[in-house]
Each structure stands twice: as C-alpha cells, then as structure tokens.
Design a binder for this molecule. Sequence first.
Ligand code: 13P
Length: 247
Amino acid sequence: MGCAVLIAANWKMHGSLAFADAYFTSAAALRWPEAQQRIVFPPATLLGPARAGAAAAGMVLGAQSIHGAAEGAFTGSLSAEQVAEVGAAWALLGHSERRAQGETDEDVVAQLGAAARAGLRAMVCLGEPLAARNAGQAESFVLAQLAALLAAPGAALGALGAVAYEPLWAIGTGETATPEAAQAMHRCLREALHAQGLGALPLLYGGSVKAENARALLSQNDIDGALVGGASLNLETFHAIARAAIE
Ligand code: 13P
C-alpha cells in the first residue's frame, strides 16, 4: 500500500475570484484525510485573494510557474519572490505545458534556485512524450530529465519538495498510465533519487487522475500522491480523490 501523503490540484488557466471563493468555502466544510498535505496551484491572479480561504480549508497554495531571475525585463513573468509575497508556499516547475512553450531543463534548474532563494518548495514535473514510450525509451527519457534536475547546485536542490511523473500522452486525454506502468516508472525514479540521498521525496503521479482510477494508482508502493488537473476543478471529485488516497 502506498502512503498517499500529498494531493495537488493544478487548475491551469481556469478559475475566477468567484470560483476560488466558492471552492475554498465549500472545501472548508468538508472532512479531509488527516496526515495528508493538499496543495492547490491556481492562476497567479488568485494567489493573494485565495490566501485566507485556502488556509481555512487546510490547503496550501502554489504558483503554476516562476521565472528563474529575481527581477528584470521579463514581460509577463513572475518571480519566486513575487508569488511568495502574495501567498504561494510552493511552485510547480517544468510542467509539460510550460516545456512545450520552450522552457528547458536549464530553465527548470534556474527556477529551482529561485524557489530556494524565496523559500518556496518546488514540485517538479517529468514525463515522456508518446513517441518516446512507443520507442521503448520512456524510462531513459524521464531519467535524463531527472539527471538534469539533480545536477542543480545543492542549495537549489534543497527546495525540491516533490517530483511529479506526468506522461505527456496521459495529460488531459482521459488516458491514464496503468497502475503497473506508473508504478514501474515511479520505482525507477525512486531508485535514482535514492542514489542521491533523496529517496524520501514524495513521488506524485499525474495524467487524467479521476475519482474512478485514483485508488488503484495511489495504492501502488511508490506512488505517494497525485497531481490532478481537470478533475481538480470539481471540488467533490478532488475530495473523492483525496479520500481515495487513504482508503
Ligand atoms: P489532467 O489531470 O487534466 O490530465 O492534467 C494533469 C496535469 O497536467 C496536472 O498538472
């Protein structure tokens, strides 16, 4: 039985002030599993306004992305310090939807350093595209991303709070990795992290996690939690996923 300690919601570019208000007000009235951390990554505009509501619901807020620099001429970007100031405790780094916009492993390492500088915990996403999986190269692809991350300076690595395995072909497609395939990748990641003294880091699975498949995924030995996209926008569903983690 895996110990599902961390359940995260990535709202992506969804949500408004009214949505966040209703979500956290309703969440505060629900009974959530104890000994489990829940993180919500809303759009950055909602971090400040949702700060008190999320805290009342026992949830921690995170930013969906940060820039690697502390300040500068980076139109449209936000620094780790800026999101921390308005209530983020975490930052999501290396999401495939950001990598698809041009972010590289080097950017992720710089962002990890920025997170460390600003006192944020970082959740770093890794995952292979379908072509790599079909070519039998899923593990080598993901391990190469992990190696690039682990090459970060020690001070930056201190900010690493969780790693999320999100196979690209399972994101937003309704297609999920089988629990066995996800477990096999997580085992591989665990061993690589263990070799660096990081074997205790929570390893989350993401990619079309739903109430129906959460239990089978979260009961795997090396799946410590879930990073939920679309299904997290429905509070009842997110609650059911969080509960599945302890059942
Ligand atoms: P879905 O759960 O919508 O597939 O999204 C997964 C994801 O990208 C979470 O970061």
